[in-house]
Design a protein around this ligand. Sequence first.
Ligand code: HEC
Ligand code: HEC
Ligand code: HEC
Ligand code: HEC
Ligand code: HEC
Ligand code: HEC
Length: 432
Amino acid sequence: MNIPFRKDSKFCSFFSYSKTFVAIVIAILLSIPSLVYAQDSTAAAGAAPAGGGDAAKGEALFKNNCAQCHAVTDERVVGPGLKGASARHDFAWLSKWVRNSQAVIASGDPYAVKIYNEYAKAQMTSFPNLSDDDIKGIFAYIDQAGAAAPAAAAAPAAGGASGGAASAQGGGPSDLFVIVLGALVVVMLLVLGVLLVIVSLLSKAVSGEPGVVVEKEDFMTRLGSSLKRIASDPAIRSATIWIFVLLVLKATIDGAYSVGVQQGYAPKQPISFSHKLHAGEYKIDCNYCHTGVNRGKSAHIPSANICMNCHGVIKKESPEIQKIYTSIENNQPIEWVRVHNLPDLAYFNHAQHVNVGGLECQNCHGEVEKMEVIQQRSSLTMGWCIDCHRKTEVNTKDNKYYDKLVQLHAGESKEALKVADIGGLECSKCHY
Ligand code: HEC
Ligand code: HEC
Ligand code: HEC
Ligand code: HEC
Ligand code: HEC
Ligand code: HEC
């Protein structure tokens, strides 16, 4: 007997196909964050306390407070290498010393007096605010990192520290991984869309002719014929062509706008100078090297003399540091490759922005203290300057120059005084 086709029963199973499919896609979408961050949690687990103190917390404390003067190895920086310090002293001595080394020296402690003299009476900073737990954590970290660093005396002072940072960073997902996952999801969603279209086309076809007996076609033939129908639909075809044309057009326009824009430019420099090491780990102030930022138009690139303030003693044997010596001996400046460069028609002044405006370097240059190689992070286009001038309030605090202007402005408008209001959009302010 021939049972007439009942669309609900047959299509029920069809819909449950697509329901399963939706469920799969949702499951994949939900699992992405955990896939991506799974690596992070293993990295965190790797940095678990070594016993005694919390080494992970200690690492941050060490890098923020001690790393500019101490290495975790045997090597001498400003103070002695701290490898084995927790074995040389009991904890009571260490905690007293770290909180106030001068008091320990003044008490006549023979070891303290000896190293104080040995280090030419250099005074170690006091850290009265560190708790016992903090100090335990710091030495737990030193023991862990000191053991991980190569035993050779020539091991770089920062070797242990930067190694730690690098492995912590390695925990993040690679860009490629995220892109591949993203692409997969997009493909999945497209397939899902096509399936749903097919379902709706088929159900429309069937609902037009109720009671029709449909032959038992297998799923693939149905899919094939529906795809053919979609491909031959003139509306869909012309839509596809339009989308293609618009994409090409957009790519061309974007390309034209980016002529002369060097965002992301990060050339190789003649000496592998690292901001991550100097400004990040050793926390040397930007101002120490870029002496012009508060005083004038140009920030200045430091001369070799500034490097010699430290490298006269630190790491002299490194081939990279030897390049500084060569440059001084030959009286030839180091030929750094310029990264940021506005065209001559534009005028930009650092002091105006940093000193008067109170802006952080990072507003415009990004997280320089994390860059191994310096990179241009902002586009440096006119639109970029103008956009910030429209949005940013003028730093009028403790600046008498602005008092009258603020008063006048408050009479005219309820909004705060923006850079745009003091002429930050006038052509002649930025163009000679
Ligand atoms: C400004 C530089 C400086 C900073 C910052 C500094 N120290 Fe020191 N530290 C020294 C100097 C210099 C000595 C050698 C003794 C002296 O001259 O007072 C020393 C000695 C020590 C000693 C004794 C070393 C030994 O071998 O017995 C310990 C332990 C120590 N510091 C721990 C720390 C810890 C922990 C921190 C961070 C919380 C820290 N120091 C931060 C300069 C510093
Ligand atoms: C120890 C000295 C030193 C310190 C500290 C330092 N810099 Fe630099 N900086 C340099 C040197 C040398 C160069 C040129 C070599 C290079 O590009 O890496 C440079 C280059 C730059 C450049 C690119 C210049 C160009 O060619 O366009 C920027 C931007 C910059 N530094 C910002 C900063 C900021 C922001 C800080 C603080 C977070 C900082 N610097 C701290 C020495 C230093
Ligand atoms: C305030 C001190 C200070 C100044 C100024 C300074 N450095 Fe350094 N620099 C350091 C310290 C500390 C290290 C880490 C040394 C170590 O790893 O033992 C270092 C490491 C380096 C290294 C890595 C050396 C290696 O082989 O591991 C290079 C290259 C370097 N500095 C270049 C420069 C240049 C170029 C300048 C001048 C623009 C400069 N430094 C200015 C303190 C300074
Ligand atoms: C308002 C944005 C802005 C801020 C804030 C800023 N810079 Fe710049 N910086 C620029 C621009 C734009 C250039 C390119 C200037 C040029 O080519 O004339 C530049 C160039 C530089 C250069 C290359 C040398 C030069 O002067 O041309 C260095 C080094 C530099 N900046 C360091 C710093 C440091 C350090 C700070 C923080 C104290 C800082 N900048 C804050 C926008 C900024
Ligand atoms: C991150 C925000 C920011 C960016 C980006 C920025 N500026 Fe500014 N700019 C300011 C602020 C804030 C002031 C106000 C400083 C003050 O109080 O005088 C200012 C002031 C100025 C002034 C003085 C305006 C006046 O009327 O006194 C000039 C000129 C200027 N900027 C040029 C530029 C140029 C050129 C660029 C792009 C290369 C630029 N700025 C990018 C924030 C920015
Ligand atoms: C806040 C600063 C600022 C103001 C105000 C400003 N400009 Fe610019 N302008 C720039 C900078 C920076 C560049 C260079 C951009 C680049 O290299 O991409 C530029 C580039 C240009 C260029 C060259 C375009 C190119 O692509 O090379 C022209 C033309 C120009 N500006 C005209 C004007 C006119 C007209 C005004 C007034 C209505 C004006 N600008 C106001 C900062 C400014």
